[in-house]
Structures are given as C-alpha cells and as structure tokens.
Design a protein around this ligand. Structure first.
Ligand code: NAD
Ligand code: 6OD
Length: 480
C-alpha cells in the first residue's frame, strides 16, 4: 500500500476529492498518492486561516511569533533527516545538495524572519507640529504558491516572513513535490502554532487548487514563485480584487567573463551556475558571454566539467547530478536540444540522454548541453529552458557584453567574472537584473533584496523587503 499525503486545514490532515501520484524522478516509482484539494477543501483552508487571524493566532504578540519561529527552526533541525528524505524522494536531487542547500536553508529562513521581526522598529517623523509614526498590520490571509525545484527552501522563504509578521497562510506546493510542505505542517504544529495559521492544499494550477486559491474572494494577497506565464495568469485572476502580489518568476541569466578573470575560479563558478540542481534553479546561468581572447579556454573548461558530471542514485556519494523533475519537463528540455540543432548551434558537449542502467531507466535523466555559434536572437539565447544547459558567445568590448547580457525580456540574475574590481562593480551595476553577482554565484545574505524585473517578477522579498510585502502600514499622525 502506498503512502497517502493529505491536505492540512485548520490544524487537521484532511482528504480531498481525487488522488494523484507523487512520482520519484530517479526511477519513475511511486512516492505517494496525494489527496487533491477540491474547491471545498481550498475554501475550508481559507476560512480556517481567517478564523486563526480572528482568534488565537491573531492575538499572538510579535515576541510570541518570534519565539514560535525559532522553535520551528529547531523543529526543522530535529526532523532534518525526515525532511531530507521527503525532498530527495520528490526531486531526486543528490543528498549533499539537499543537505547543504534545501533543508539547511529552511531552518535559516525561519531564523532570519524571526531576527527581522525581533529587531523591528517603526518609521517615525517628528516636527514641531506633529509626530507621525507608521504601524504595520499583517496583510491577512496570504496564498503561497510555489514550484518544484527547491520545494522546501522556496516555501519557507515565503512562509517564514509571512508568519513572522502575523499573517495566516494557505500554501499550494507544486503537484510534483507535495511531501515536504505536508511534513512541515507537523513541525509547525508541534512548535505551537495555533490551528489555521499554516494550511496546505495539494493539487494542480489551472482549473484546480492553484486557481481556486487565487480566485478565492477572501484572500488578501498572493506570493508566488514559478514560471512567468503562470505569474501572468495569477495576475489576471487577482486583478478584479486588486490584490497585492509578490512574484519571483523565470530567468534567462547571463554570465559575463572578462579576459582578466581568474579562469580556474571562473570555470568552477560557471560550472556551479550552469549545472547545480540539473540546471533547475531560477538563478542558473543559461547564457555565457566570454571575452574573445579566453573563449576557447573557458569553453574547454566548461566542457570538461560537463563531462565530469556523474548521474546516479541520490544517496551514492559519487553522484553529482540528479534527474530532471519529470518526464514532461525532460520532453520540454529535449525539445530545446532539437531547436538548438535547427538553429544551427554547434554542440560542444552532451545533448542526449545518459545511460544510467536498468534500475534507473524509468527516471527523467538528461545529459547537459553546451552550445555555441548562434546569435543573441536565437530561441536558445532568449527562452528559459530550465535544464543543465548554456550557450557560449564571444564578445570583444565591455559595452558589447553589457548590451548582449541585457538583451532579454527577463531580469533576474547575472554573474560577472573579472579581476578588475573597478570594471566588475561597473558591469555588475549595469546588469538590468535583481541580483548581480561579482566573481561568485548564488551567494546569499537573507537580508538582501531578492527578486527580478521584467518577465522575472514583481517586487522583492528578503529582510525589510519581505516586511513591506507581508504588512500594510497605517500612519498615525498626532498633532502636537
Ligand atoms: P509553474 O509556474 O508551472 O508552477 C508553479 C506553481 O504554480 C505550482 O504550484 C503550480 O501548480 C502553480 N500553478 C500553475 N498554474 C497556476 C495557475 N493558473 N493558478 C495558480 N497556480 C498555478 O512553475 P514550475 O514549473 O513549478 O517551476 C519552474 C519555474 O519556476 C521556472 O520558470 C523557474 O524559473 C521559476 N522559478 C523562479 C524562481 C525565482 O525566485 N525567481 C525560483 C524558482 C523557480
Ligand atoms: O535563495 C533564495 O532565497 C531563493 N529565493 C532562491 C530561488 C531560487 C530559484 O530557483
């Protein structure tokens, strides 16, 4: 009998309408059957969240919320191995990555949000006529909709500040990765959160749980991470009620390598930024602009790194690279391998399906692909692929590199590689993105603004930026 994952509503695990399969992408085996939230379950979750705000949870002081968040972080650390197993079964990512990144960041997200609220003051302005001070109220019932690539990290990145600032949440994890959000409900409850503060509804997007949530008349805001197209659909769904949204969307992120860069460090960084999580991180580099004099050396270095990737069981210490999330996603990524060929790209490495042995043959494995030889308008240079891929292009001048890097409707992240710090600061600042890394990639300080512009999103979260999204200020003006 397979395990069944339930929805979590008002402090209780509840069934839904239909059941759907949670599949392990390593071998195609069944992880669990999942209770799909129908409209009634989603409605129940929103009502439970509202009751929590009007009841015990709404009466929690900031000090009590901070203490709760710290207990949740402790709970995550105490259940580290369970969360790790849940995350690995759903995504197939190697145990080292899930340990270093996913589960560790879940605890860190709660601690960072607790620290933020513990240190909060109020904005105030004093003149001879008046004292103005702005108090902050929670937004209310917040819908949290997240994707499958870093399921627990991305969920807690939003849930932690939402709870820290006194909101109640209804979370819709990805249908591909329902396990860790379900387990987190136990941890949050054991830490002492009142019923209804944290609710989970499982299911799909359009015409299903995701849409039931975004169109529910009693939610106060939506925070969403996922594809740009989905962000657009959600924006339309909430438009009639003019709800606030925070959107962390797709990217087509550039790396710019100058000929004075420390090439060993650069190739290390590039390999990490192209291949981490099998390229399924929104921040991953998919376009690499290299100054002409070092183009061959950088291309050869990256090709070597691609050839060194090892596919296999997530628990085998020699495995560096897991599968893609699903057969459907592999079909999409492989369609870009065909598009690259049609566009006349020169394939430098990979580009197919690896031999992984019979045990794993039901998994959604894919080789990386590195290309060169196309212009900036090629589809493989313009469209987000979300796999272990990159296209390399030579450039001659700094001005040209900045122009090429910014020639995209996305604006999420960039990485600049140079040993000339003056130029590094200048070029990093000229990138039209939310996050610009200089001589590194995906190095995070959780207080810094995170998000993107253009097709990559609306707003920023992190530190005080989360505070601004998850609360509404009311200014009190006192005549003196
Ligand atoms: P997706 O947009 O297909 O799905 C994300 C979530 O939205 C899922 O829970 C899904 O069920 C739900 N959803 C889908 N359609 C919906 C609708 N109409 N209404 C309500 N909910 C709906 O994205 P994905 O395939 O799960 O994730 C990959 C994408 O996420 C990539 O584009 C990637 O770049 C992006 N991403 C961005 C960031 C960031 O911080 N900018 C982080 C991670 C992933
Ligand atoms: O590190 C984070 O806080 C974050 N939001 C990462 C997003 C990664 C995208 O896949």
């Amino acid at each position: 009998m397979s395990r069944v994952l339930q929805n979590f509503v008002g402090g209780q695990y509840v069934d839904g309408g239909d059941l759907f399969d949670d599949v392990n992408p390593v071998d195609g085996s069944l992880v669990a059957r999942v209770q799909e939230a129908d409209r009634d379950v989603v409605d129940g979750a929103v009502r439970a969240a509202r009751r929590a705000l009007e009841g015990e949870w709404g009466r929690f002081t900031a000090t009590e919320r901070v203490a709760l968040l710290r207990r949740i972080a402790d709970g995550i650390e105490a259940r580290f191995d369970d969360l790790l197993a849940a995350e690995i079964a759903d995504t197939g990512k190697p145990v080292a990555l899930a340990t270093e990144l996913d589960v560790t960041r879940a605890a860190a997200n709660f601690r960072a949000a607790a620290d933020l609220v513990a240190g909060l003051g109020v904005d105030s302005f004093l003149t001879e006529k008046a004292l103005n001070y702005a108090i902050r109220r929670p937004l209310g019932v917040v819908g949290v909709i997240v994707p499958w690539n870093l399921p627990l990290l991305l969920l807690t990145w939003k849930v932690a500040p939402a709870l820290a600032t006194g909101n109640a949440v209804v979370v819709k994890p990805s249908e591909e990765t329902p396990a860790s959000a379900t387990l987190l409900a136990e941890i949050i409850t054991e830490a002492g959160a009142p019923a209804g503060a944290y609710n989970v509804v499982h299911g799909f997007g359009p015409g299903a749980a995701g849409e039931y949530l975004t169109t529910h008349p009693d939610i106060d805001g939506i925070t969403f991470t996922g594809e740009s197209r989905t962000g657009s659909a959600i924006m339309q769904a909430v438009a009639p009620r003019v709800l606030p949204v925070s959107f962390e969307l797709g990217g087509k992120n550039p790396a710019v390598v100058f000929d004075d860069a420390d090439l060993e460090r650069t190739i290390d960084g590039l390999a990490r930024s192209v291949f981490t999580n099998t390229g399924q991180v929104c921040l991953c580099t998919e376009r690499v602009y290299v100054q002409r004099g070092v183009f061959d050396e950088v291309a050869d270095g990256l090709v070597k790194r691609a050839q060194e990737l090892r596919f296999g069981s997530p628990y085998d210490p020699s495995t560096t690279t897991g599968p893609l999330i699903s057969q459907a996603h592999r079909k999409k990524v492989l369609s870009y391998y065909a598009i690259a060929e049609q566009e006349g790209a020169q394939l430098l490495a990979g580009g197919g399906i690896p031999a992984v042995g019979e045990d794993l043959s039901g998994g959604s494995w894919i080789e990386p692909a590195l290309w060169t030889g196309v212009g900036n308008s090629a589809r493989i240079m313009q469209e987000e692929i979300f796999g272990p891929v990159a296209t390399l292009m030579p450039f001659d001048t700094e001005e040209e590199a900045v122009r090429l890097a910014n020639d995209t409707p996305y604006g999420l992240a960039a990485a600049v590689w140079t040993s000339n710090l003056e130029r590094g600061h200048r070029v990093a600042a000229a990138m039209r993105v939310g996050m610009s890394w200089l001589n590194t990639w995906y190095l995070r300080d959780l207080r810094s603004p995170f998000g993107g512009s253009g097709l990559s999103g609306i707003g920023r979260e992190g530190g005080v930026h989360s505070l601004h999204f998850y609360t509404e200020p009311t200014n009190v003006c006192v005549a003196l």
